[in-house]
Design a protein around this ligand. Structure first.
Ligand SMILES: NC(=O)C1=CN([C@@H]2O[C@H](COP(=O)(O)OP(=O)(O)OC[C@H]3O[C@@H](n4cnc5c(N)ncnc54)[C@H](OP(=O)(O)O)[C@@H]3O)[C@@H](O)[C@H]2O)[C@@H](O)CC1
Ligand SMILES: Nc1ncnc2c1ncn2[C@@H]1O[C@H](COP(=O)(O)OP(=O)(O)OP(=O)(O)O)[C@@H](O)[C@H]1O
Ligand SMILES: [Mg+2]
Length: 363
């Protein structure tokens, strides 16, 4: 018990320092200098630190403006779904739309496609993933996509995984940002070389997925005593891809810097929350990379995007739980995406076009 408490303190300390690095990026010394400091910090700082990290996310949210055309706010592709799991790709793809993408595509199997289409007329669904020409079928859409989310509901069928491998390779060649989740992480666990060194990749493992990856890549399972260090090591070993380890606190690292998101969510652990996160992250990753490090004050855009997606998912959980309590499901959380996004990231200036966000504290 004593060692668990100690471990918690270490994680919390690391977390505060990591978030503080983002805060100071706005107002002070370079991040590396901050990260190298010792961190016996007062926890009262963490609210201000969290707010500073949220401000970096606000900086990358594009304004809504009359001069823009359909597609400019993001065209996102979700690669996933199979006959067993149709909910996961739907959750990811609809979340991308509701965060603000203009178009959301799902590349899935023949059987799963009509089911996913039937959930929403807003998704563009391609029944190609189990076709012998799957890679070419997806590849022809790649020039029109800004980010891919690979893995929700994909399953572990060898033929599908082989096709997804080809899609990943084609996407990397084009420099497309890729969020890898769920069974996409299973594929990466089998073949880490697939994303090794691809710095536009973000991995979003849950507890079990992280353990598998850590074992495959680092040769040892999750070190629960220092999650911050484990995430940082995994990211480094994969050539600084961004890693988001989801859990009671979400720990995010690009191997150098790290952030922790401990915003209040809910006690509900219903399925689909990770799908909401990965779909949201697809859009935020595109926005953050487009905005560039000038808008994130030198921090990695993908680190900031990942922080935004974690905060948003947890805010949706919190709001949905306030309304539905134990009955809360992922669908209830998705309904909260609009209000949660406004609450966290939008200012009146950001909504009507172009003026810099104010940074007003709205927790
Ligand atoms: N509606 C849909 O279509 C949805 C479909 N989904 C899709 O399902 C596919 C498989 O995804 P997955 O996450 O269930 O994968 P997997 O690694 O097999 O884990 C399974 C086992 O791991 C354990 N476990 C989990 N978390 C843990 C923790 N924190 N700490 C400790 N243990 C933990 C737990 O084991 P248990 O408690 O049963 O022993 C659990 O049963 C994937 O394609 C995904 O996208 C989902 O997106 C949901 C919505
Ligand atoms: N113990 C927890 N306390 C608070 N929030 C949590 C906890 N565990 C996970 N979350 C939050 O839930 C969201 C999804 O994480 P989770 O670990 O459930 O993903 P997942 O297992 O991949 O979900 P999915 O069912 O979609 O596959 C993340 O935003 C994470 O912060
Ligand atoms: Mg998942």
């Amino acid at each position: 018990m004593a060692s668990r408490a100690g471990a918690g303190a270490v994680v919390a300390g690391a977390a505060v320092v990591a978030v503080l690095s983002a805060a100071l990026a706005l107002y002070g010394p370079p991040l590396d200098a901050v990260l190298n400091q010792a961190f016996p910090l007062h926890t009262a700082r963490s609210v201000a630190d969290m707010e500073a990290a949220l401000q970096l996310v606000r900086n990358v949210v594009p304004p809504l403006a009359a001069w823009k055309h359909k597609g400019q706010a993001g065209r996102i592709g979700v690669v996933g779904g199979c006959p067993e799991y149709t909910g996961a790709p739907y959750f990811a793809a609809i979340s991308a739309l509701k965060v603000g993408a203009d178009l959301s595509h799902v590349f899935t199997t023949q059987d799963a496609a009509p089911v996913i289409k039937s959930y929403s007329p807003e998704l563009i669904v391609h029944p190609v993933l189990d076709s012998p020409s799957a890679v070419q079928d997806v590849e022809k859409w790649l020039p029109r996509l800004h980010a891919l989310v690979v893995g929700p509901g994909l399953g572990r069928d060898d033929v599908l995984l082989e096709n997804v491998k080809g899609i990943l390779e084609a996407s990397k060649t084009r420099g497309i940002p890729i969020v890898i989740d769920a069974d996409g992480l299973w594929l990466v666990t089998q073949q880490p070389a697939l994303i090794q060194g691809y710095q536009k990749a973000v991995l979003t493992p849950n507890h079990v997925e992280f353990s598998r990856l850590a074992e495959a890549v680092l040769g040892d399972p999750l070190d629960g005593r220092d999650r911050y260090r484990s995430v940082q090591r995994l990211s480094q070993a994969l050539g600084n891809v961004t890693v988001v380890q989801k859990g009671e606190q979400d720990v995010i690292s690009d191997g150098g810097q790290a952030l922790t998101c401990s915003r209040q969510g809910s006690g509900r652990r219903c399925g689909g929350q990770g799908d909401l996160l990965s779909g949201s992250l697809g859009v935020l990753a595109h926005w953050a990379l487009l905005a560039g490090p000038e808008k994130t004050n030198g921090s990695s855009p993908l680190l900031v995007a990942a922080f935004g997606a974690c905060a948003l998912t947890r805010q949706c959980a919190r709001q949905a739980f306030q309304k539905h309590g134990r009955a809360t499901t992922a669908t209830d959380m998705i309904r909260e995406l609009g209000p949660a996004f406004s609450r966290l990231f939008e200012t009146s200036a950001g909504a009507d076009g172009g003026v810099a966000p104010t940074g007003e504290l709205r927790l």
